[in-house]
Structures are given as structure tokens and as C-alpha cells.
Design a binder for this molecule. Sequence first.
Ligand code: HEC
Length: 118
Amino acid sequence: MKHILIITYTLCFFCFACKKDKTAPVVPTLVNLCDSINPVSFANDIEIILNANSCYACHSSISPIFSDYSSVFAVKDDILKSIQHDPSYRPMPENAAKLPDSLINKVQCWIESGAPNN
Ligand code: HEC
């Protein structure tokens, strides 16, 4: 009888041990996307994106007006939300397909790195 109890306890211990292992929280490996993207250059990345997608062309006369570093810097968060198609913003570029994620990520990472004039 004593042996049966010991075996039962042992089995229970392993059952719970296994169960605990399965439910143990798995700590995800957080890869910061921007670490692999930065540094992003304003002149060689951001301005090229804004030119190639007619942002500068329309927004030289349509509000918000932006045409150079300081004017882009002033509305950078609105620019990001609009190209991300955030539901509370007007989706940009106007009447054109959403930009590829690789370009949206560049804008986001440029802003996250402090939006330098580089
Ligand atoms: C064909 C013209 C056109 C192009 C191209 C265009 N926009 Fe716009 N954009 C507009 C118009 C029109 C509005 C709305 C202006 C208003 O409401 O007074 C606007 C609004 C915006 C706003 C304000 C959105 C809001 O909801 O507050 C931002 C930011 C913006 N555009 C950024 C961009 C960016 C970045 C690009 C390029 C990826 C771009 N736009 C391309 C015409 C354009």
C-alpha cells in the first residue's frame, strides 16, 4: 500500500511538472524592427519617398503644406498616420495604392530615431 501511494504521488508530481512546463509563459524574442532599418536618411530615404509618391507635388499647395525638412518635421506624425492608413486620418497618398510596408517602416523608424535632418 505504501508503495502504491509513493508511486501515485510520484506520477502526480510528474503530471503537474509537465503541465506547468506547458503553461509556462514563453518569453518572446523581441526584435526591434528599427534596429535593422536605421539609420534612415532624411535626404536619401524620406525625401525620395515623398517625391516619388507625389506627396511634395500635392502638398506644395494643399494643406498640410510641406516641402522641406522643417515643414516635414512639423507634421511628421500626421504623415506617418496617413500613410499607415490610420482610421482617424485621411489615407495617403490620395487616390493611390498604400505604400509598401518597407517604405512605411522607414518613415516610422526615421521618426523613432528622432527624425534627424541627415
Ligand atoms: C493627389 C494629391 C495628393 C497626394 C499625391 C498626396 N496627398 Fe496628402 N492630401 C491631399 C488632400 C486633398 C488632403 C486633404 C486636405 C484637406 O483636408 O484640406 C491631404 C491630406 C494629407 C494629410 C492630412 C491627413 C489628415 O487626416 O489630417 C497628410 C498628413 C498628408 N496628406 C500626407 C501625404 C503624404 C505623406 C503623401 C505621400 C505619400 C500625400 N499626402 C500625397 C492630397 C494629396
